[in-house]
Design a protein around this ligand. Structure first.
Ligand SMILES: [Zn+2]
Length: 434
């Protein structure tokens, strides 16, 4: 963990390849052979290396289990941080450093698990596979999961996969409330809005103006809400969280879980950005670009929309809804780099039941709660390829305290140690099933 955090793997100043070479050296020292553990560096991207490893199961016909973690991190500048972001500090019960939470804790836990299993000569019934991959955080790197699926699918082929995206929730005073398991996520789709105009000299304005027209359309769009659509995962999330959250919000959750058309309950929960994002597709303007000179009427005005689409919806449906909400045929709506749809994995009892049963040994009475992540992870590639992927880390924190992607990223030391024991016990349980 320390070595992994201290090797910078950010896009601007770091290297994923150095991280996976260090991991490879540790696996070799634990007697993993060249076919059992290998580094895969995409052509033309020497710093975007990935590592894949395996422990062969005794039943070759049973599907494999893939343990996935990304080892790239978001940029971090020393001068902005209180401590050096690429030194692992342990202070006041927290680990500090870039990537300690996202996602090097899981990467280190999985790597440590593989080394421990080998030192015990542990032989699972199902084959276990490990993938430590690059390119999750930034689109200017090669996405390791996508690359492996296209070029070395056999190395990560699995019945199902465990990934980031489902953490444990602590109360403000540090009590465990719920263990989330991510079952599905939204699809990030960018749209571009554009108005064009012949323009002219700014000394003789005319009513028809590209900036005004686009702005009025955006004002209408700001009032638009996509309809509430609950999936089986989000319905169960609200059902299970109702009792934990309590109060008015809990009552609204219980109502909505019982009746997806409960409008007042949905409106109440929509005021919370996280619940709102779980209930509906959202689109928000994130960038504007218009005009070409201070003294000229604008010939073009463009806006970028960041849409987070429910997995039951499509980019084309959202495009049509945007056109209706803009209500102006002169504003064109274009899909930018169309994202492929990716279905959610099933809410399968053979996955959820062991996860909850083992959790009871570590956090008695804490429920396992299915969760739909409003953001995006590499699960979208695996689910699209038919490898059902669940987000489950067992890492507990107070929501927001880790500040992943932000300054002074941190994670509770006790959370790392307990998650390590939990995931070890759970993976062995999964690996023993026929
Ligand atoms: Zn991550």
């Amino acid at each position: 963990y320390e070595e992994m955090v201290e090797i910078d793997s950010s896009p601007t100043t770091g290297s994923c390849t150095r991280v996976v070479r260090a991991a490879e050296a540790r696996l070799r020292a634990a007697s993993f052979s060249g076919t059992e553990a290998q580094v895969i560096v995409p052509e033309g991207a020497p710093e975007d290396g990935n590592l894949v490893a395996r422990i062969e199961g005794s039943n070759r016909r049973a599907g494999a289990i893939l343990l996935l973690a990304h080892i790239d991190v978001v940029d971090a500048r020393r001068e902005d941080w209180t401590r050096d972001p690429f030194t692992l500090y342990e202070e006041d019960g927290y680990f500090y450093g870039r990537g300690v939470a996202d996602d090097k804790a899981m990467a280190a836990i999985f790597l440590d698990m593989f080394i421990r299993m080998r030192s015990e000569n542990y032989r699972p019934r199902r084959t276990l596979k490990l993938a430590l991959t690059c390119g999750e955080e930034t689109s200017n790197r090669v996405n390791g999961v996508d690359y492996l699926l296209r070029n070395h699918r056999g190395l990560i082929e699995a019945d199902f996969a465990l990934n980031e995206g489902g953490d444990g929730v602590l109360s403000e005073d540090g009590r465990p409330l719920a263990l989330l398991i991510q079952v599905g996520e939204k699809i990030h789709q960018v749209f571009e809005l554009e108005v064009t105009n012949p323009g002219g000299h700014s000394s003789r304005p005319v009513p028809e103006n590209a900036i005004y027209r686009l702005s009025m359309g955006l004002a209408r769009l700001s009032q638009h809400q996509f309809p509430v659509q609950l999936s089986e995962t989000t319905r169960r999330f609200f059902e299970r969280m109702a009792g934990i959250v309590g109060g008015d919000a809990g009552a609204a959750m219980a109502q909505l879980a019982a009746d997806p058309n409960a409008q007042a309950a949905a409106a109440y929960l929509s005021r919370n950005p996280n619940y709102n994002a779980m209930m509906r597709t959202t689109c928000v303007a994130t960038q504007l670009d218009a005009g070409h000179a201070p003294n000229a009427l604008p010939q073009r005005a463009r806006a970028t929309l960041s849409c987070r689409i429910l997995q039951s919806d499509t980019a084309e449906n959202v495009q049509a809804a945007l056109e209706r909400a803009l209500n102006d045929p002169q504003i064109t709506v274009r899909i930018v780099r169309r994202r492929d749809p990716s279905p959610p994995p099933p809410l399968a009892r053979r996955i959820l039941d062991p996860a909850e049963r083992v959790a009871q040994r570590f956090w008695p009475g804490v429920p396992l709660v299915p969760y739909m992540l409003p953001g995006a992870t590499d699960a979208r590639f695996l689910n699209a390829a038919g490898i059902h992927t669940y987000g489950l880390s067992g890492l507990f924190s107070i929501p927001g305290e880790n500040n992943a992607h932000g300054l002074n990223e941190r994670l509770r030391v006790a959370s790392v140690m307990t998650a390590r024991a939990y995931l070890d016990a759970l993976v062995r349980e999964y690996a023993a099933t026929p």
